[in-house]
Design a protein around this ligand. Structure first.
Ligand code: ZN
Length: 641
């Protein structure tokens, strides 16, 4: 199946299939159905979290599109803009964090606005009312024009720039108007480092107060819809623990008590042997420049039994790896608990995981739960499969590989080695290591996410080339690991720059971590890897793979030290030196080479749809999976819902 549906701007839209769904029992299908409904129900939350005017913008853009459709033809520029904001869940690019430039002019917009927004409303009003309404619309028009056409107005979704107030400089909606970074930091240091993930900190007069995200608070409407579907899902839970998990999650959504979320996670993480599992909640803090507030997300997944057996081996050997990790012995985990790894196929993506999605997830995030109860890891096989399928024909590999041998090896081992990297990163990397007594996780502030991803990637890189991996049958030979080293350096130093606007710094934490590792290793490997120029084009080539492995080990040791000790200065130095800046000339060259291939550098996904089939007496008879193939249609259908 060709997974590529369409391409626009810098995005390719892919679809994923859901292997195994047809073989589920009716009970299991019903569980997937209601969990999927719950995943869809929170969609508007992430839009609002990303920026307080996002929902307003989406509404106006969609209304104009619907109006144009009724008139016959949708303006192409507006459609492209709509697709871009649908991909990003808002007006800022999901990767660069920069505000999109409107693909239409101010004159066009004002004309559409009067025709499709004002006119339909004023038609139903009497003359007097219409006049008052029309006048009040002036400020709305002005606001929309600022959002669409003023490049300096709320220009950044998340700013991690050094030396500015990160809260003021970021457009995300976790802190109210006039709340400064210093005030937030002081507020949460007063309450002993405890900071609920599920609230917005606002100013009431001069006092700071939290607006909690629960059924009666902010996002109440969406949360009540999530609860309604979770209640229905509970009836089809596969185990008592899963039932308890859903029950606790509902209770958390009712009163917003963060402790209940922790309770839920304890039960969830102990319920490891599940054919159908899910995440749903305020979970990741990557979008908060201060790393305190979490975006809403959901994934529903069906376990791939065969692939899961294959990697159970990794979990069984977790302690073996930890004992041999190159980090300082005081920062190793003595007793690695409950590291489990499921290979799953996604059945539904929601919130911050849709339409762009991770390929692996390791949860819960709370370190104390991980240390005492372990964590659950999943790799999303059908998503990775779709990426791999789509990349086969792109030409990127041939353009950027140093030699024919390198690209041949990448073709031979790429898919398998990438899978293993994700598995090691999620299953061992994030769960490894130990904090020094008294050091809290947020000590690294804005650099925390990058350091954490760096740590997990290095763990994967280092152990991927261990003899044990071949011995355990996880890779066919050492060559596969070396091929992955080629690919990591190639991507970190060269290929990934294609995703970056010319002249900008690297902001996103996964991109930063890849650049950090590759650039640091290149500088410290004593010639084991080299950047070479051939016919005006840059390539990276590795001459001594064993040496590179050693270098990755050295860096892992230092990164673990930084995390364990909460060494903010060192974190800032290493990230700013190796993870942020890009050589402009090299960047230009990469963009040119990449653009010549005509491949959009980012991908997103459409979800399938599930249809409940009822019997004569109104009882559920089956759940049908309907494949979607039109991105815009899916988005407009979500609007209807
Ligand atoms: Zn990670």
């Amino acid at each position: 199946m060709n997974p590529i549906l369409e391409q626009f701007a810098d995005i390719r839209v892919l679809r994923y299939d859901v292997p195994g769904f047809d073989k589920l029992s009716l009970n299991e299908k019903m569980l997937v159905y209601y969990l999927a409904q719950a995943a869809e129900a929170g969609r508007d939350i992430i839009w609002d979290q990303n920026y307080k005017f996002n929902l307003m913008v989406r509404d106006v853009v969609e209304k104009i599109i619907i109006g144009m459709k009724a008139d016959g033809e949708v303006d192409e520029g507006l459609m492209t803009y709509a697709k871009r904001i649908w991909v990003a869940n808002g007006i800022h690019h999901h990767y660069s964090n920069d505000k999109f430039k409107a693909d239409f002019t101010k004159e066009q917009f004002l004309g559409w606005y009067d025709k499709y927004i004002i006119l339909p409303v004023t038609k139903t009003m009497d003359e007097e009312m219409g006049k008052i309404f029309e006048e009040s619309q002036e400020s709305m028009r002005a606001l929309y024009c600022d959002i669409f056409f003023d490049p300096n107005f709320d220009a950044k979704k998340v700013s991690l720039a050094d030396g500015v107030d990160l809260v003021y400089a970021s457009s995300v909606n976790f802190y109210g108007d006039r709340v400064s970074q210093q005030e937030v930091e002081r507020y949460y240091s007063d309450v002993k480092g405890k900071h609920p993930l599920n609230s917005k900190l606002i100013k009431n007069g001069t006092e700071l107060v939290e607006e909690v995200w629960d059924q009666n608070g902010m996002y109440g409407m969406q949360i009540r819809a999530i609860i309604k579907n979770l209640e229905k899902a509970m009836a089809y839970a596969l185990t008592d623990k899963q039932k308890k998990t859903i029950e606790l999650l509902i209770s958390y959504y009712r009163d917003g008590n963060p402790d209940t979320f922790d309770e839920m996670n304890k039960v969830w993480v102990s319920d490891k042997d599940l054919k159908i599992d899910f995440i749903n909640g305020f979970i990741e803090v990557y979008s908060d420049p201060l790393g305190l507030k979490a975006t809403w997300e959901s994934v529903v997944e069906i376990r791939d039994e065969e692939k899961t057996k294959h990697v159970a081996t990794i979990a069984e050997n977790a302690q073996w790896f930890e004992d041999r990790s190159p980090v300082a012995s005081e920062y190793k985990k003595r007793d690695v608990k409950g590291v489990s790894m499921n290979i799953v196929n996604v059945a539904m993506l929601g919130g911050d995981c849709y339409p762009t999605t991770p390929i692996g997830i390791n949860l819960p995030n709370a370190d104390w739960i991980r240390e005492q109860y372990g964590s659950k890891s999943v790799a999303l096989a059908n998503i990775e499969g779709a990426y791999h399928e789509a990349s086969q024909s792109s030409g990127v590999l041939d353009e950027f590989a140093y030699s024919l041998e390198e690209s041949e090896n990448a073709r031979k081992y790429g898919s398998e080695a990438d899978d293993l990297h994700t598995q090691l990163h999620e299953c061992l990397g994030h769960g490894s290591g130990q904090m020094k007594e008294g050091v809290t996780l947020d000590a690294l502030k804005a650099y925390g996410s990058t350091i954490e991803e760096t740590r997990a990637d290095l763990y994967a890189l280092y152990f991927m080339a261990d003899d044990k991996i071949v011995e355990l049958g996880l890779l066919p030979n050492k060559e596969a690991a070396w091929s992955h080293y080629d690919s990591y350096m190639r991507s970190g130093l060269l290929v990934q720059l294609s995703r970056l606007e010319l002249g900008t710094n690297i902001e996103e934490s996964h991109m930063r971590n890849r650049h950090l590792i590759a650039a640091w290793a290149l500088e410290h490997c004593g010639g084991a890897a080299e950047m070479v120029v051939r016919e005006g084009k840059h390539y990276v080539t590795i001459k001594d793979y064993e040496k590179m492995r050693e270098v990755f080990g050295q860096l892992l040791r230092e990164i673990q030290r930084i995390k364990s000790e909460g060494d903010f200065e060192a974190a800032r130095d290493i990230v700013e030196t190796y993870g942020v800046k890009v050589d402009l000339e090299l960047h230009k060259e990469i963009k040119m080479r990449y653009d010549a291939l005509g491949v959009a550098p980012f991908s997103c996904f459409v979800n399938p749809r599930y249809k409940l089939v009822l019997g004569g007496g109104g009882e559920p008879k089956d759940v049908e999976l309907v494949e979607e193939s039109d991105f815009a249609a899916q988005m407009l259908a979500y609007r209807e819902k």
